[in-house]
Design a protein around this ligand. Structure first.
Ligand code: ZN
Length: 125
């Protein structure tokens, strides 16, 4: 059976999603609010509400931040003698700031990938 469904390249869609742009055209804003995707692209009209990103963006952020911050904490503690009270303030704050900074682009990337692969609500109907 021949599949006539056009192929959507994944990496351009992921990059557009990471930039907070529509995975189809790269022009319209992907998010209506911080983590709430727009129902459709204001530029090209592509439906954007078919994603099922769920908790996957948070898992990606946790894995990436864990692999960045734990070695950084170990290295900083090896070279510097920072009082424990300061560390109790610095590391959780740094973690929260980086997680908040990463979650929207990562969610955009996940939505871009789902759109490109026609997953969930992006499937051909
Ligand atoms: Zn668009």
């Amino acid at each position: 059976m021949a599949d006539s469904t056009p192929v959507r390249p994944s990496w351009p869609a992921i990059k557009r999603g990471l930039a907070g742009r529509c995975p189809a055209c790269g022009e319209g804003r992907l998010f209506a609010r911080f983590l709430k995707p727009a129902a459709s692209c204001p530029h090209c009209g592509e439906a954007l509400d078919g994603h099922q990103a769920d908790d996957f963006p948070a898992y990606i952020v946790i894995i990436v931040l864990g692999h960045l911050l734990v070695p950084t904490m170990i290295e900083v503690n090896y070279w510097f003698d920072i009082p424990l009270g300061w560390q109790a303030a610095i590391w959780p704050t740094l973690t929260a700031v980086l997680a908040i900074a990463m979650i929207q682009p990562v969610k955009g990337g996940v939505i871009g990938y789902q759109w490109a692969r026609r997953m969930h609500g992006f499937a051909v109907r």
